[in-house]
Every structure is written in structure tokens, then in C-alpha cells.
Design a protein around this ligand. Structure first.
Ligand code: MIG
Length: 791
């Protein structure tokens, strides 16, 4: 079906909405704020309820509607949408520059000159072209577009000239550049042009497609197999502003418990109490920090979710208790499939209450997953979601600290779920083809809410499948990567694109999941993902051991060095996640986010910024010992040597296996903790400020790292400001806000300069020491200090 809109006949302004009437169709242009306009054409459901956008974020807005000959202009303070016949819409900024233009021509795909039958007979994979979709939006390419976002799709940072498909898919073969689908649906595209940037959020849960100029370089388009034309145009001009506004729509990543930023160890599977104890003991014996151990599917009784195997784990409660005493948290996996077994309570409950999805005749739909034949809970049903959430009670009573959701694409071993499988969806039934891409989203939402209700703490949920907006409920990992250098390389653009697509809390399986890792690859992975908020080593059944000590002493020592460093820097990562919660900006950032005018950053796949202060350029190739590093427009200090570099240059950094190229922006103040074997090993009463002399400001956040009390104001905020003068540096430590009682008792300043003759604190000269290349100074708790470092 092709919508022929026809000519504009009339329009009506109703609150924030302009209803434009074309000859054949009514279209809603909704002004969300000065930067965001929603284009909604009801094709299926005029009263569409978004799964991604859950807050009622439409405030009353002032905007103009101008009726010109042949067009209607909807104009906010920042942008205007020009609406023409046939529902062609062009967006302009307030300087009247055209930002984004509907393509007026027809689709003209390139031709594949091939005989499909022969290709298939040879066993090669056919790349199928996308046919005309019932929902399709085409935009003109001006030529200067770079495309980012879309979550963790394979390939490079910049998606220009590539095409992807949104259909949550579990495909265990190695994820390579030619993959068009993966586990997640995050239909948010960021376009960066030479002078400005904008985002397009296509809120449609059907199988959908994004083509960034692959089939024809004159246009890009997105489309779906069903649903409505429903997209949000989000203007920058800064990419940061696009991201912030996208997060306003879909929600931000909430502040997690502090321990979740620690190192985590997983394996498919640690499948006995004995093995779990061995692993835990090894970490403590070797003093390699670790905060959590994950139990993969084999902890369960015949893969029945919410149960455990009494033979392999005769006293799980005791085990968890002991692990807690030793400073470990325990995370268990939960899959959606419920084993068809009349002696199994969860199955019976699900059946009795009708909490399952059905085939077209209303009979429970059955497919196979790990437990064998299974029924699938209907997460579109809120009662089912509550029930599901409550089921975690058992695990929480055992002391389980976090839940890892897997297989929720949903995956199935016996062919895909048919399109016509039915979901209740709160009285407005939908079919699988509409529900598929939100299955993981709703599962993790239900898990989050359940955990929150049961524990009162900030829930820790990890999910593999998700939809836009799942960041409110769950962290994500990128699924089954393999121990391949190619996958280490790809982990960086994946983390960066996830970050700018709303998912600040993410990670990849460190060391690689499938295939056997090598000492060098494992080490480089720990380095490259050093700041991935989810810092978890995981590997598949049948692969070689992959724990930090799985190889030789040298490898173990180097890995330990980096895990130690991670723990030192956790307060910096925590500050950044707080920023994610407040503004939506991610922890891991592509360089163009900060240096948008710098062309050298547009295709930088193997470097990232952590917030604004740390630049990482990990080695991601085997045997590489010299890394080309781009330093953008600021002055940078080599973290390892203290050498200073001027901006806007490429340098070669010598990076033997025990070094990851890491740079700190001049003027930075990086909060550190003392080394711990796990979060909370010692009461954290000492904050260490690692200071890189220059001009700069930093806000540091502190709270209990566990509860929601911070929402009631129980937190502390510190502001650190440093200024450089000819003869001195001045550092002001200020308590901006203080309602959390466990304030730091000690403050250690590391001033990274040797050029100091005298230090004064609040006008009084003080003693200090030199260590390596820095000055060390110990203070008590921060009240309001002015520290002057005389050159
Ligand atoms: O079919 O639970 O991505 O992390 O170890 C494989 C077993 C099922 C896939 C997950 C992986 C996990 C594995 N799971």
C-alpha cells in the first residue's frame, strides 16, 4: 500500500498539535519542544501508545502556524517544518538553513545482476533487497551526512552507505560487517552534517529498515513492514543537544548501584558450588578485584527458570551468603521460555492465569528453547509483568543481587515465531510482528519493576534484546561476540553508538564469548573496554578458560594492573553515569561529540572519550605495539609518562602489551578511590583528586551507592575549580551541597607537576611530599578550601 496524501486542504491547531488535512489523509505534526517535532500519520492506530516514550512530555508550547500559498509552516523558536502537498516535509533551522528534506523522487535501487538460484545452490548467503514498505520515509542526501547511532549494529562508527534491519535476532555466527540485524531495536539515527546535526527517532516496533544511502547515494530512508508513520525530528545543532533531547523523550539511564561498576566474572557456566567457590577464592587469593559472579543457565533445575539444581547447588543460599561475606555479588540468568511441565509451578501459574502468548486460535504457543518445549510469557500484559516481577522473590530471598535477561528477542530453536502469534497488550491485542521487537524491552521493564518493589534498591538488570527506551530499566551487553580481534575492534564503535543511542550503561563480553581467546587478546580487551560501565568477562561453553589467571603470570599481572586501575577510576565513571541520568550524555563518547567541527573525528573507530577528560586509544590489533593516536583540540597529558601534547595532531604512542594509550585533558581533576578488592571492602572515606594543572572545573557526586535515598536529597556535591596564573595555580574545593552524612574524612591531592615551590591552604603554608612526577598533599574532609600551588 502506498499512501497518496494528495493536496493540502486544511489545517487545525489543537494545543500542541497541528492537524493537517490532505485530500486523502490527516497528518499530525506535534510540537514537543523547540527542538523536537513529531510527525505522525495514523496508518494502523490513531491512538498509538509508545513503548519507548512513557512520560507525558508534551508541555504547552508557544509556536506559530503560518499558512502560505502551497505550504503550511509550523515554527518554533528553533526550527520550522514546512509541509507541502503529498505530505512532503522539510525542516529548517532559525537561520533558514535547510536541515533535512524529504526526497521527492522515487526509490531507484541498484540492480543485482545475478541468478539467485545459483547463488543459493552454492550455499552462499543472499543479500536480499528491501522492497517497497507500507511505511516508508525518504530523505534527501546533501552529501555531507555522517550517520551514527542505531544502537550496537556491526561495522563502523559511521553508518554512511550501509543498511540495517531492526528485527531482534539471535544469530550465533560471528557478527561481521555484513550483518544487518542483531539483538536490539534502537531506531534512533543521528545525522551529522557540516554545520549542524539532527536526529530521527522512528518509533515503530515492526520489522524496520534503515538505509543510509546504500541503495542510492541520493537519498536515505527508513521504513517498516507495518504500523504508523511515526517519527521525531530532533534538531541540535550540537550532537550533544540531539542526544539530550532524545533522552528527554525516551528516558535516561538511571544511576546504578556502585558495585555494578566493578569487575564481573561470568562463564557459560560455572555449574557447581565447588567451581563457584574456586573462582571466588582465586580472585581473593590473587587480589584481582571482582565484585560479581554470574550464574549462567546451568544453575537451574533442568533450565526451569526461578528454580535451581539441588544437586549442583545443594545449598545455594549458604553459597550466596558466603560469597557476600567475601565481597561478591551474585547475578543469575533468567530466560523467558517456561518449560512445559505440569509439575512445575511457574508453568502452572502461567497457564492458569493466561499469561502466555497464543497461536492464532488462542492455544498457548509452544516452541523450543533450552528447557525443551516451552510456553512464552506475554509481557505486553501488565498483569503478567507484575507476576513475572514477583517471581524474582525466590531468587532475592536466596540473596541474588542482579538479573541477567537472555534469549528475549525472543529466541527459539524450532523455527521463528510465526507472525500471527497473539499478544494481549492490555486489551488492544497485537500480533508477533508488532510485539517481537518490544519483547525484551517489556521483559526487562518487568524485571526492573519487580526487583525494585522487592528490594527497594536500584535494580541491576542486564538484557540482550531491547527497544528504544529500555535504558530506563536495564543495562545491555552486545551478545555473543567471539574471541576475534575483529570483534575487539568492533566493540568500540558498538559501545560508542550504543552510548549516543541512549544506552550509557553497556558492555561487551570481555575476552570474547565464542571461540578460544589468547593471552594478548584478553589483555587488550581488558584495556580497550576499561571504561565500559559493564565490565564483565564472559565466555561460552566448550571454550578454554578465560579468567584473568587462565594464562601465564605475566598476562595475569598485566590484567590485574588494569582491573586495579578500573577500581581506582570508579568514582569518575560513577560521576559520568550520574550525568547520564541527569542529561542523557553517555560515559563512552565518540570524539565528534566533543569536537563536532573537527573532521578528523568523524570516522575515528578506535578511540573514545570518557566524559570530557579522558581520551582512550586502545590497541585492537594483534602484535601492534605502536598506536596512531589523534589528539583533538585541547592539550593532552600522557597518563603514563606525564608528557604534554599540543592539540590537533596525530602521534605514535609506543604501547607494549602492558600499556593502553590513555590521555588526560589538561586542567582535569579526576576523582580516584584507593585500590579495593571489591566495592565496599573498606568504608570509602578517602577521596583522591588526581589533578592535571591548568584551567578547569569538575563536579563530583557522592551518595550511598545503593538505595534511592539520593532521590530524596541524600547526596553530596563537590565542585573543584582550578585556575592557572603566571606564578601559581589556584584550586578551590567547594561543597556545593551536602545531605549525605558519610562525607569523606580524608582528601588526597595529587598535583601532577614538579614545578612547585610552596603550597598554601587557606593562606597557611603546608607540608607536602614529592612522589614520582607529582606533589602529594593530604587534607581532611572537604569544607571550603583554597589551595595555592606556587611555581
Ligand atoms: O543459546 O545462557 O548470549 O551470554 O552464556 C545461548 C547461555 C544462550 C546466549 C547468551 C550468552 C549465554 C548463553 N546464551
Amino acid at each position: 500500500m502506498i499512501v497518496l496524501f494528495g493536496k493540502i486542504k486544511d489545517y487545525k491547531k489543537i494545543k500542541n498539535k497541528v492537524e493537517v488535512e490532505f485530500e486523502n489523509k490527516k497528518v499530525n505534526i506535534v510540537v514537543i519542544n523547540d527542538y523536537i517535532v513529531n510527525v505522525f500519520v495514523p496508518m494502523k492506530d490513531a491512538n498509538y501508545n509508545s513503548y519507548a516514550i512513557e512520560n507525558d512530555n508534551v508541555n504547552k508550547m508557544k509556536f506559530e502556524v503560518i499558512n502560505k500559498e502551497k505550504k503550511i509552516i509550523v515554527k518554533t523558536e528553533q526550527i520550522s517544518a514546512h509541509i507541502y502537498d503529498n505530505c512532503k516535509i522539510d525542516f529548517y533551522n532559525k537561520n533558514n538553513q535547510i536541515i533535512c528534506k524529504d526526497y521527492r523522487g522515487k526509490r531507484e535501487p541498484f540492480i543485482r545482476r545475478t541468478d539467485n538460484a545459483i547463488v543459493e545452490e552454492e550455499g552462499q548467503k543472499l543479500t536480499k533487497d528491501i522492497k517497497k514498505q507500507p511505511v516508508e520515509i525518504m530523505k534527501e542526501n546533501f552529501g555531507d551526512e555522517k550517520f551514527y547511532g542505531l544502537g550496537d549494529k556491526t561495522g563502523h562508527l559511521n553508518k554512511k552507505n550501509y543498511r540495517y534491519e531492526m528485527w531482534n535476532t539471535d544469530d550465533p555466527t560471528p557478527h561481521v560487517e555484513s550483518f544487518e540485524t542483531l539483538y536490539k531495536t534502537i531506531p534512533f539515527l543521528i545525522t551529522l552534517r557540516d554545520q549542524f546535526s539532527y536526529g530521527l527517532f522512528f518509533d515503530n516496533t515492526y520489522r524496520s529498515f534503515f538505509d543510509m544511502g546504500k541503495e542510492n547515494t541520493n537519498y536515505f530512508y527508513y521504513g517498516a513492514e507495518g504500523g504508523d508513520i511515526n517519527y521525531y525530528f530532533i534538531y541540535g545543532p550540537e550532537v550533544k543537544n540531539v542526544i539530550k533531547n532524545y533522552n528527554k523523550l525516551t528516558g535516561t539511564t538511571p544511576l546504578p548501584q556502585l558495585w555494578t561498576l566493578g569487575h564481573q566474572q561470568s562463564r557459560f557456566s560455572y555449574d557447581s558450588e565447588k567451581r563457584v567457590r574456586e573462582i571466588a577464592e582465586k580472585f581473593r587469593e590473587k587480589e584481582i578485584p571482582c565484585d560479581a559472579i554470574h550464574l549462567d543457565i546451568d544453575y537451574m533445575d533442568g533450565y526451569r527458570i526461578f528454580t535451581w539444581d539441588k544437586k549442583k547447588f545443594p545449598n545455594l543460599k549458604k553459597l550466596v551468603n558466603e560469597l557476600h561475606e567475601d565481597g561478591f555479588k551474585v547475578v543469575t540468568i533468567i530466560d523467558p521460555g517456561i518449560k512445559k511441565d505440569s509439575g512445575y509451578k511457574i508453568f502452572n501459574d502461567c497457564l492458569e492465569n493466561g499469561y502466555y502468548i497464543t497461536d492464532k486460535d488462542g492455544i498457548p504457543y509452544v516452541n523450543e528453547v533450552w528447557p525443551g518445549e516451552c510456553i512464552y510469557p506475554d509481557f505486553t500484559n501488565s498483569e503478567c509483568r507484575n507476576w513475572w516481577g514477583n517471581n524474582h522473590n525466590n531468587l532475592i530471598n536466596l540473596g541474588i543481587d542482579g538479573i541477567w535477561n537472555d534469549m528475549n528477542e525472543p529466541a527459539s530453536f524450532n523455527g521463528p515465531l510465526p507472525d500471527n502469534v497473539k499478544f494481549k497488550n492490555g486489551g488492544k491485542p497485537i500480533l508477533h510482528k508488532e510485539a517481537h521487537n518490544i519483547y525484551g524491552h517489556l521483559m526487562s521493564k518487568s524485571t526492573y519493576k519487580g526487583l525494585k518493589a522487592i528490594t527497594g534498591k536500584r535494580p541491576f538488570v542486564i538484557t540482550r534484546a531491547c527497544y528504544a527506551g529500555s535504558q530506563k530499566y536495564s543495562t545491555v551487553w552486545t551478545g555473543d561476540n567471539q574471541s576475534l580481534w575483529e570483534h575487539l575492534r568492533m566493540s568500540l564503535p558498538m559501545l560508542m553508538n550504543l552510548g549516543i543511542s541512549g544506552f550509557s550503561f553497556s558492555g561487551t563480553d570481555i575476552g570474547g564469548f565464542g571461540f578460544d581467546t589468547t593471552p594478548e587478546l584478553l589483555t587488550r580487551w581488558y584495556q580497550a573496554n576499561l571504561f565500559a560501565p559493564l565490565y564483565r568477562n564472559h565466555s561460552s561453553q566448550g571454550t578454554r578458560d578465560q579468567e584473568p589467571w587462565a594464562f601465564d603470570n605475566k598476562t595475569e599481572k598485566i590484567i590485574k594492573k588494569f582491573i586495579d586501575l578500573r577500581y581506582q577510576l570508579i568514582p569518575y565513571i560513577y560521576d559520568l553515569i550520574k550525568e547520564s541520568e541527569d542529561s542523557g550524555l553517555p560515559v563512552i563518547r565518540p570524539l565528534f561529540l566533543q569536537y563536532q567541527d573537527d573532521q578528523n573525528t568523524y570516522n575515528l573507530n578506535d578511540q573514545y572519550l570518557v566524559g570530557e577528560n579522558i581520551l582512550m586509544a586502545p590497541v585492537v590489533s594483534q602484535g601492534e605495539k605502536n598506536k596512531k593516536v589523534y589528539l583533538p583540540d585541547d592539550e593532552w597529558i600522557d597518563y603514563w609518562t606525564g608528557e604534554e601534547y599540543n592539540s590537533k595532531q596525530f602521534i605514535i604512542k609506543n604501547a607494549p602489551i602492558d600499556i593502553v594509550p590513555m590521555y588526560i585533558k589538561k586542567g582535569s581533576i579526576i576523582p580516584n578511590y584507593k585500590k579495593q578488592n571489591f566495592i565496599g571492602e573498606n568504608q570509602i572515606d578517602n577521596i583522591i583528586l588526581d589533578i592535571y594543572p591548568g584551567n578547569g572545573e569538575y563536579m563530583h557526586y557522592q551518595d550511598d551507592g545503593e538505595t534511592f535515598n539520593y532521590k530524596d536529597g541524600e547526596y553530596n556535591l563537590y565542585k573543584f575549580v582550578q585556575k592557572e596564573y603566571l606564578d601559581r595555580f589556584e584550586l578551590d574545593l567547594v561543597v556545593e551541597y551536602q545531605k549525605y552524612e558519610k562525607v569523606y574524612k580524608k582528601t588526597t591531592l595529587i598535583f601532577n607537576s614538579l614545578n612547585i615551590n610552596k603550597i598554601e591552604v587557606n593562606g597557611k603554608e603546608v607540608e607536602y611530599t614529592f612522589k614520582k612526577n607529582s606533589v602529594f598533599l593530604a587534607l581532611n574532609s572537604i569544607k571550603e578550601e583554597k589551595i595555592v600551588f606556587y611555581k
